[in-house]
Design a protein around this ligand. Structure first.
Ligand SMILES: Cc1cc2nc3c(=O)[nH]c(=O)nc-3n(C[C@H](O)[C@H](O)[C@H](O)COP(=O)(O)OP(=O)(O)OC[C@H]3O[C@@H](n4cnc5c(N)ncnc54)[C@H](O)[C@@H]3O)c2cc1C
Length: 397
């Protein structure tokens, strides 16, 4: 971009002011509905009305396409801030941003996607993702379904056991084989807009946690313009964006969730301390221990996020395929998804029965149930299995 062009683009918002605004939305439009969203397993409409009003669904779209032009670190901070107030809302926001990043990193040179990015900002479209498939489970780098292209039009059908907010989204990015004779790993990603598809719901979403993500299975039958197929191979999109971006924004919202749990525990410790002036209660020691665990989570996130942001800035396409980078990204997911359960469990012990109750200000039931989903979003055993394979191939640590 030349200097004259840069000068007329709006500057990205100041991070601190942005986060204050997001926390204000969190207090006013997200937290008050979090229990109802969880109880009724319903989409957080109030939260998304507020986020759309602030144009936050276009947060990662570059300013030259009308978006806010935030970088990955700023998007991660927004996810963390939302995680304090409602993990389902934060997860939906994070999953949407991952799909936006796929378009921004890999498709903006194509006229269709450049126009679509502008439209997304103007209309605040919400994007969902269908990688998981009946027959391959959570292996995102493998597809059974295939896109067929004829006379500039595509048709695609997918049996997807989980699509978060599939019924509400304006479009779904669907992974599939490049053609009917392609190998399972020779994939592309197709932007299927709501008007391009018929969705048949295959199951219900009555789960332990992340209930507000509304993620049942769907049969997706779609047809559209071949220009809606992202031009880059999915292998490239996955390595540079879908995999690392997801782990960074997911870990960020889990840090937000864990921080809120610990804040509730801190409230319990302070009220205990007020009852026994001059004596530090045992629960304060437990809080100090739990804070240590949260700090480990934060530290792992900060260093991995910094590395990812640096590699994105360097724009070296080979860097993302380096096994050491992939292992570190996987380690972030494994660490954050395990420690979030640990921190919330420790907060529960500190809050005691008040944390265990569903009708108390210190209630941690929703936090604990949401935290347990983290290890299943791409199963930790699957991730550990990938790391094991790469460890064998790596020559030095
Ligand atoms: C809240 C939530 C929202 C989600 N939203 C979406 C969404 O919007 N779109 C989407 O596409 N998906 C979504 N998912 C799906 C998710 O990411 C998983 O991929 C999906 O749930 C598949 O998980 P699974 O346990 O059924 O299957 P698998 O991941 O296939 O795992 C099944 C079992 O097999 C084991 N296993 C399988 N393969 C291996 C291996 N190679 N090595 C070791 N162990 C292995 C696993 O450890 C596990 O025990 C969501 C999941 C959750 C929890």
């Amino acid at each position: 971009m030349n200097v004259a062009r840069r000068a007329i683009l709006p500057a990205p918002p100041d991070s601190r002011a942005l986060l204050e605004r997001v926390h204000a939305i969190g207090r006013e439009a997200v937290a008050p509905h979090a229990d109802a969203v969880d109880r009724d397993a319903r989409f957080p409409h109030e939260a998304f009305a507020a986020l759309k009003a602030e144009k936050l669904l276009g947060a990662y779209v570059p300013a030259e396409c009308g978006g806010m032009g935030l970088d990955v670190s700023q998007v991660a901070q927004v996810c963390e801030a939302l995680g304090h107030h409602c993990a389902s809302t934060a997860m939906i926001f994070a999953m949407h941003q991952i799909q936006v990043a796929c378009i921004v990193h890999h498709a903006l040179d194509a006229p269709f996607f450049r126009d679509y990015a502008r439209e997304l900002v103007a209309r605040q479209y919400l994007l969902a993702s269908a990688t998981t498939e009946l027959g391959v489970g959570g292996d995102a780098r493998s597809s059974v379904c295939a896109v067929k292209v004829e006379d500039g039009r595509f048709t695609l059908e997918k049996q997807a056991p989980v699509i978060s907010y599939g019924a509400t989204a304006d479009a779904i990015l669907v992974t599939c084989r490049r053609s009917e004779d392609a190998a399972r790993s020779d994939q592309v990603q197709v932007l299927v807009r709501r008007q391009d598809c018929a969705l048949r719901q295959l199951s219900q979403w009555d789960t332990l946690g992340f209930r507000g993500t509304c993620s049942p299975g769907f049969e997706v039958k779609s047809a559209g313009d071949a220009a809606q197929i992202l031009p880059a191979p999915y292998a490239e999109i996955h390595a540079r964006t879908q995999h690392p971006f997801a782990h960074v924004v997911w870990a960020s919202l889990w840090v937000g969730l864990a921080t809120d749990a610990l804040n509730r525990a801190r409230g319990a410790v302070r009220s205990e301390a007020r009852k026994t002036p001059g004596t530090i209660p045992l629960s304060a020691t437990r809080l100090a221990e739990a804070d240590l665990v949260l700090d480990t989570m934060r530290g792992t996130l900060a260093s991995t996020l910094a590395e990812y942001a640096r590699l994105l800035a360097q724009a070296d396409p080979d860097a993302f395929g380096d096994y050491r980078f992939v292992v570190r990204m996987n380690n972030l997911k494994l660490t954050a998804s395990q420690l979030v359960v640990d921190v919330v469990g420790r907060a529960m012990v500190i809050c005691g029965i008040a944390g265990y109750r569903n009708d108390s200000k210190l209630s941690l039931g929703r936090h604990l149930r949401d935290a347990t989903g983290a290890g299943l979003m791409v199963n930790n055993d699957r991730i550990l299995g990938q790391n094991a394979t790469m460890q064998v191939a790596l020559r030095e640590g």
